[in-house]
Write a protein that binds this ligand. Structure first.
Ligand code: GUE
Length: 284
């Protein structure tokens, strides 16, 4: 049986509703807009940017990309972010992460306005994820993981879920969102002893380590559901996930591909957050 489950049907379902909502806003003279802040030109950032621009265009959301050289200083980055906070024509700000090492995320994350923070950079939104408070903006990629599992009717309550990876962009918040769905969550990472044994006990495995094709057949349980969050660029310049898809696809019951898996849903969740932010900022 074909185990590969695509992101497109999930993304399309989210987008359909948004197209209508954006039309209604435009009829009132309100034009939802996203501002992307990118430093340098990393492969993963460019992939997200391409996906986000395409998705927003389909839905009718205006976009702008603020592109800066790697040499941008902390002060300059903060000034640019403050300008976007104050610009009432833009409703959502997406800062690609991780930032280059000479910039301090620890300081910058406090600058972005929580009301415009559509991908959970601000500690205010991160705290809401911890608390299970749905009024904020959880990060788009972990939200996409949960949306996919729900769309394909994967039971989460009481199930063993392993999250491989502990970044603030994916691993940690994904664990929290899955915990909020009543899963029994294990977070594992590069220091985990007997990693493959731990992950192969999971009913659902979420791979988010950022190491090309490192999840092999011995990492997964027979019949498990595997969500591959990895966006790696391999030696040939092609996008690939954290899972060796060919090696595991016959052992598992469902697995998301890369590309055309989680990423495509991430951009729909992003669009949903922009529309929500736009409505809140306009009392619409
Ligand atoms: N603050 C922050 N949050 C992130 O979630 C984040 C980030 N920074 N930095 C970069 C990585 C990478 N990432 C992707 C998201 C969607 C696609 C995506 O839309 N992919 C399409 C194809 C894109 C294309 O190749 O045209 C697909 O998989 O089908 C790709 C990559 C999110 N990341």
């Amino acid at each position: 049986m074909e185990s590969i489950i695509k992101g497109k049907p999930v993304a399309d379902k989210i987008s359909e509703n948004l197209i209508k909502e954006v039309e209604e806003l435009k009829a009132k003279g309100i034009n939802p807009k996203l501002s992307i802040v990118r430093v340098g030109a990393k492969g993963g950032d460019l992939a997200y940017e391409r996906g986000a621009l395409k998705r927003c265009e389909k839905i009718g959301i205006i976009t702008e990309v603020k592109e800066f050289p790697e040499s941008i200083t902390q002060e300059e980055y903060i000034n640019e972010l403050k300008k976007l906070n104050e610009d009432s024509s833009t409703h959502g700000i997406l800062c690609f992460r991780p930032l280059p090492k000479h910039l301090s995320e620890e300081q910058i994350k406090y600058v972005i306005s929580p009301e415009k923070d559509v991908d959970c950079f601000s500690p205010v939104n991160a705290a809401k994820v911890m608390e299970g408070d749905k009024s904020g903006y959880p990060p788009c990629t972990p939200t996409a993981v949960v949306e996919i599992l729900k769309h394909y009717d994967v039971e989460l309550s009481g199930k063993k879920v392993a999250v491989l990876g502990r970044s603030m962009v994916v691993g940690k918040p994904a664990a929290m969102l899955l915990l909020n769905e009543n899963a029994t969550v294990t977070i594992c990472h590069s220091r985990t002893k007997d990693l493959a044994t731990v992950t192969s006990e999971a009913d659902v495995l979420v791979a988010a380590v950022g190491r090309a094709r490192m999840v092999k057949e011995n990492f997964v349980k027979e019949g498990a559901v595997v969500i591959d969050v990895g966006i790696n660029v391999d030696e040939d310049g092609k996008l690939c996930g954290d899972v060796d898809t060919d090696a595991v696809k016959d052992k598992v019951s469902m697995i998301t591909p890369v590309p055309a898996g989680v990423g495509s849903v991430t951009t729909s969740v992003l669009a949903k957050h922009i529309v929500k932010a736009c409505k809140m900022q306009n009392n619409a």
